[in-house]
Ligand binder design. Sequence first.
Ligand SMILES: *Cc1c(COP(=O)(O)O)cnc(C)c1O
Length: 452
Amino acid sequence: MTQTKILLDETEIPKQWYNIVADFENPPAPPLGPDCKPISPDALAAIFPMALIEQEVSSQRWIDIPDEVRDIYSMWRPSPLVRAHRLEKALGTPAKIYYKYEGVSPAGSHKPNTALAQAYYNREAGIKRLTTETGAGQWGSSLALVGQMFGIEVRVYMVKVSYGQKPFRRSMMQTWGAEVFASPTDMTEAGRKILAEDPDSPGSLGIAISEAIEEAASRDDTNYSLGSVLNHVLLHQTVIGLEAKKQFAKVGDYPDMIFAPCGGGSNFGGVAFPFFADRAAGKDVRLVAVEPASCPTLTRGHYAYDFGDTIGMTPLMLQYTLGHDFVPPSIHAGGLRYHGDSCLVSQLYHEGQIEAVAVPQIATFEAGVTFARSEGIIPAPESNHAVRAVIDEALRCKESAEEKTLFFNLSGHGHFDMASYDKYFAGELVDYEYPEAEIERALHNLPQVAAG
Ligand SMILES: *Cc1c(COP(=O)(O)O)cnc(C)c1O
């Protein structure tokens, strides 16, 4: 029998992160300030430590991982690469399916990979408090976890709809010592503005980001930390793909296609970017971002300069967007309810270097249940998007009798999402129509910037 778990030794935890910008044909478009001129890195210094700002704008191919960060990585890394023999058999596919399992971190997802690095650089810069937003609670719990390790207080603005859906994620954050508020709150100007317009607002990542930034910008001892989207976040997540390359080399295999769920792009970038380096060198590997049909940023959005938050506090970034004031339907994959996307992922998609597909909610849970009943692990609703796309491709391979090697990132487990699975089993989940009218409206509000 061929191997199931492909494991690395702790000494094989990467010593450097991979910066994809070094392999870009065209340099990334700069973020713009309110005057539509490129912002200086200093403009970000009110909310980020300089080390992270430098990483944000760096074009250096390799960036050293501090020893202290590698040391804490060893609590859950290297994560396993698993050959999904039982799923292959259940599907009757000739394709080989592998997944990298990021649910082994204490918080249960890939997000601590960057939370740890961000907390480290903030502590080095003398920061005592961090504010952040969270959707399903995966990011908030990751920052709460590492905040404790570095003696940093963490305050989390949690999207209101998720605050109700995921009460145990809130308990986790509180167990690790963080303060958690349902956003929109009446504690910030941004929150009060949204509540005045819609007292029943379910909240969104964009709104929660506005609240967290507003607080961080108003206090010297406080910085802001973002769980996805930004270049430095994707940089930190490349430990996933770098390990996976070593693991594939151990078994003498290499993926033809790589899939990852895509909200802000951090786990997609983390798993796919190190393989993009091979693609840039001529290797044939297809990279596929999988998003919800109800929040189809890459597949149905515009490539334009837009804000990262709802109120318009962030710099303007060139990205695929559904409009910064688009409030996505309340799907159960809270981590994918974001109007925009990483600039790096967006540029690669725009240049035809990567692919994207959108999948409807019910089909993602169906795929997750198939996965759980063959591989055992119950995936997070976000991860189910990649599971869906991989199963679809494996079934296509069955039709065409192709022995492709498929690889996906199982970005987290779903142990705190069982209420969503209950809804699926009770037949209470709905497939939201592509919210065309709402997206059209939001796209009308894009800031006017002459691109290029
Ligand atoms: C947050 C999250 C995602 C989506 O965020 P990305 O930045 O696109 O990776 C996907 N899966 C899980 C488990 C998450 O927690």
